[in-house]
Design a protein around this ligand. Structure first.
Ligand SMILES: Cc1ncc(COP(=O)(O)O)c(C=O)c1O
Length: 240
């Protein structure tokens, strides 16, 4: 289990300068998907189990939150304001991990079709102490955010998906982690890596981390939200 990010192992001068706190269990394991390879006639498919990144609430948000929530704490904030759809995994992860650090999440959520998963996440947001606001359109959202910032002190704002440049550092670290796993022979160097593209922080960070570690794997983002939310320009801006 890592006691500090691989980033600080590789670049010790960053430790203390960049905020970070441990929230997850890393490295996450890598598995070869034998059955899928056989049934689809593919040569080799591997999966990196970031769903196992935390026993509190895993998934791809934990790596970002290790940097961003540490920043919120370091700046002396009490609240973390963030955004997403009604059933947002990012909002739930932020709520659960913020609470572990003594921060309270404030969620400004936009409507989405109510499925059992959406209902479950929303109920968990409330159970873990989030303050929840519904914004039905951009104007309403702007007004709610203005009101929150006027009436509270110590509000740290985390963008949609947690994809700030600081959040993306979590996936720079994931790239360094994967490179170590390749180096130690746990898996071969991937020719291609497929991942979901939401707000871009995951892809941008991973790209930088892999290149820093000297891996040339091609990254393919499979876009989930509309293009105005996740796009190449956004990834490029975050990676730079
Ligand atoms: C498992 C998983 N991978 C990747 C992503 C995309 O992350 P990002 O918003 O950083 O592009 C998401 C976003 O929801 C996700 O849930």
């Amino acid at each position: 289990m890592r006691a500090r990010p691989w980033l600080f192992e590789e670049y010790p001068e960053l430790e203390g300068r960049i905020p970070w706190t441990s929230l997850g269990e890393f490295p996450t394991p890598v598995h070869r998907l034998e059955g899928l390879c056989r049934s689809e006639g593919l040569c080799e498919v591997w999966i990196k189990r970031d769903d196992r990144s935390s026993s509190h609430y895993g998934g791809n948000k934990v790596r970002k939150l290790e940097f961003t929530l540490a920043d919120a704490k370091r700046r002396g904030n009490r609240y973390v304001l963030t955004f997403g759809g009604l059933g947002s995994n990012h909002c739930l992860a932020t709520t659960i991990h913020s609470r572990r650090l003594g921060l309270r999440s404030i969620l400004v959520l936009h409507p989405q079709p109510i499925t059992p998963h959406v209902r479950r996440n929303l109920l968990l947001d409330v159970k873990f102490g989030a303050e929840v606001h519904l914004a039905r359109n951009p104007m309403e959202r702007a007004l709610i955010v203005a009101w929150i910032k006027l009436t509270r002190r110590g509000v740290y704002t985390l963008p949609l998906g947690g994809s700030s440049p600081l959040g993306a550092l979590g996936f720079v670290d994931a790239g360094l982690e994967l490179a170590r796993q390749v180096e130690s022979g746990e898996l071969p160097e991937p020719k291609e890596i497929y991942l979901a593209l939401g707000t871009g922080g995951t892809l941008a960070g991973l790209l930088v981390g892999l290149r820093l570690a000297g891996l040339n794997s091609r990254l393919i983002g499979v876009r989930v939200p509309p293009e105005r939310v996740g796009n190449a320009k956004k990834v490029e801006d975050l990676a730079n």
